[in-house]
Design a protein around this ligand. Structure first.
Ligand code: PRP
Ligand code: URA
Length: 214
């Protein structure tokens, strides 16, 4: 049994997601396809993460008659990518919510200590009134994601949902233990971290694979 609050974790494991994730993991998948797959997987995750958005009635006149339909009741969204790799998920979420604002948290992990260092942070002015979707393909130790959550809480954000493509038990526990209200979405909880805090089996360095920097 997992030693974290599983009710706040959603594993998005649709067959198409599992299929695309397998291609993403393959070391022979090139930069172009890797980027496209990250975008596609972000769409699946965004779809799940916004499943509970409230609806309201709206009158619509079809070519045949008037009818009552549904529309989303005033939910405002901000997408918060953790740079760099999180940027790869932004377009996918914008496909679903074109009017979303985008804030950025810049962080890199120290290669020796694995502790995240912040180099940039900018949120939309009304971020506290928005549902914030924090996006980053990898959740390893959880250091980067918990730091991003901390910045958003300090900015007054109430509704935080974190979308990550590959995670591991250590990172999931770190995030869910850090914040009792945050919700987490992932396509896979992998086996563990290695001695360099890389996820096993994982997919390697997501930022380098998205941007072709290695
Ligand atoms: C990667 C990844 C996450 C972080 C996860 O970013 O995109 O942000 O590591 O590790 P953690 O859970 O142990 O904090 P990285 O620091 O390599 O920067 P990059 O996106 O610029 O490549
Ligand atoms: N960051 C990555 O990009 N991959 C990992 O496995 C861990 C951290």
């Amino acid at each position: 049994m997992a030693d974290y609050d599983e009710s706040r974790l959603t594993v998005v494991n649709h067959p198409l997601v599992q299929h695309k994730l397998s291609i993403l993991r393959d070391k022979d998948t090139g930069t172009k396809q890797f980027r496209e797959l990250v975008t596609e997987l972000a769409i699946f995750e965004g779809y799940e993460a916004m499943r509970d958005f409230p609806l309201e009635d709206v009158e619509v006149e079809t070519p045949l008659e008037k009818t009552t339909c549904k529309r989303i009741a005033g939910k405002k969204v901000a997408i918060i990518p953790i740079l760099r790799a999180g940027l790869g998920m932004v377009d996918g979420i914008l496909t679903l919510v074109p009017s979303a604002r985008v804030g950025h948290v810049g962080m890199y992990r120290d290669p020796e200590t694995h502790i995240p260092h912040q180099y940039y942070c900018k949120f939309p002015p009304d971020v506290e009134n928005r549902t914030c979707l924090v996006v980053d393909p990898m959740l390893a130790t959880g250091g980067s994601l918990t730091a991003a959550i901390q910045f958003l809480r300090e900015a007054g954000v109430k509704d935080i949902r974190c979308l990550t493509i590959v995670s591991c038990p250590e990172g999931v526990k770190a995030v869910l233990d850090y914040d009792p209200d945050v919700r987490l979405y992932t396509c896979s909880v992998d086996r563990c971290l290695n001695e360099n805090a890389y996820i096993l089996p994982g997919l390697g360095d997501a930022g380098d694979r998205i941007y072709g920097t290695k």
